[in-house]
Design a protein around this ligand. Sequence first.
Ligand SMILES: O=C[C@H](O)[C@H](O)[C@H](O)COP(=O)(O)O
Length: 225
Amino acid sequence: MTQDELKQEVARAAIAYVVDGEIIGVGTGSTANFFIDELALVKHRVKGAVASSEATAARLRAHGIAVFDLNDVDAIAVYVDGADEITPGGAMIKGGGAALTREKIVASVSGKFVCIADGSKLVETMGNFPLPVEVLPMARAAVARQLRALGGEPRLRLKAGSDEVFITDNGGQILDVGGLRITDPAGLEREIDQIVGVIAVGLFARRGADVCLLGTSEGVKTLTF
Ligand SMILES: O=C[C@H](O)[C@H](O)[C@H](O)COP(=O)(O)O
């Protein structure tokens, strides 16, 4: 099976977690896009969605799914999103698609985090995938120095195929931090969160996944944490 077929399988499996009549939290990225397309097939079952990015909001709307502002929503039963890496304990690196801050906010008010990922995302120790850190533009160099002091190798994210700096939906910039071997995800998340100028770090350890639907050649495996 191709990676896209695995993503589609887990996206389809995630529909089992949709709660009828509720507003659902929806993540960002290629796997989340497959989920949005599956959700569209059962859209009569949900009241609508809270989106974790402008791109996700646009895709939901294109399918005729109502998009709610998080400020108008008290609680979300289920949040469905992909991951760049996930450990057997349910900690994740996210933000390859630059949506980490809004993803973290929507996940924080959601009762259940359902991670959907192809099997290549499961790792014993995270860090091969450079850790995204969203920063205020004026603090970029100061934050980068502190990330270097933690042993990381930060690189400023540029727009694909260009020399222009990538700007997030929030007006932030992203430092992709290589060279880390993340043996204590919750500790590192706390440490990076405390650096002044950081908007959010793409480590989801203190609020990790509750369930991971993992796409493998033997079918969808369900990991619960
Ligand atoms: O910012 C993007 C998100 O954290 C994505 O969930 C993550 O990058 C995984 O994306 P994909 O499903 O495209 O591998």
